[in-house]
Design a protein around this ligand. Sequence first.
Ligand code: G3P
Ligand code: MG
Length: 247
Amino acid sequence: MAQLFLPRVIGHRGAAAHAPENTLAGFACAARLGVRWIELDVQLTSDGVPVVFHDDRLERTTDGRGVLVETSLADLRRLDAGGWFADRFAGERVPTLAEALSLLVAQGQGLCLEVKADEARGGETARAALDGLRRHWPADGPPLVLSSFAKSALEALAEDGCAWPRGWLVERLPDDWRDEVRRLGCGSLHVDQASLDAAAVGTVKAQGVVLLAYTVNDRSRAEQLWGWGTDALFSDCPEQLLGPSDH
Ligand code: G3P
Ligand code: MG
């Protein structure tokens, strides 16, 4: 598996404090802010197309109603995914994964691609995401890592010969994290920052595992996590955590 060289800050869902999350406008905004990597969430529409979307339901981040995985791509594309955030983003659409990947490659941005699925859908969603990457992410493209809370997704990526690095997402370190990280073929752990303390960070780093923490919007908390050895942080306002050496 390729080695992972991370920046200290990754824009969460683009730059979610500044532009509607998981939209092309958000990824462009992150690039303008000097953010070198972004994170996005991938799910499947009812007709099996990978799209960039976080929630189970449509209501919070679009003007539609219903469940994302029960919505066709055609119906999803009619929705406004930007007006809820600010009027100037009205008309923004839910991007397909292919559209998002093309923009990120053009912008030269690194990517943390989160396969957002429950265990039942994890394998199918991960395979669709991997197919999208193989089609739209050039061999000499920016660096990337795939991640998921769903073990089924990580198992599918390993079975399908994914050559990109993978990370396991958890809310807190489970007792068996060492064995599971190895079994799932992951080089990194992506952990809720609220569950991390110096001892937990030290335990992970002592095993040589790359550690990312989500979601950090406070500069002093960021300094603390970095000071303990955390490799990278996901942030909605990444530019507020960046220093001159990060650009
Ligand atoms: O990938 C890190 C983070 O995005 C995981 O949580 O709910 O924001 O997708 P969530
Ligand atoms: Mg996410």
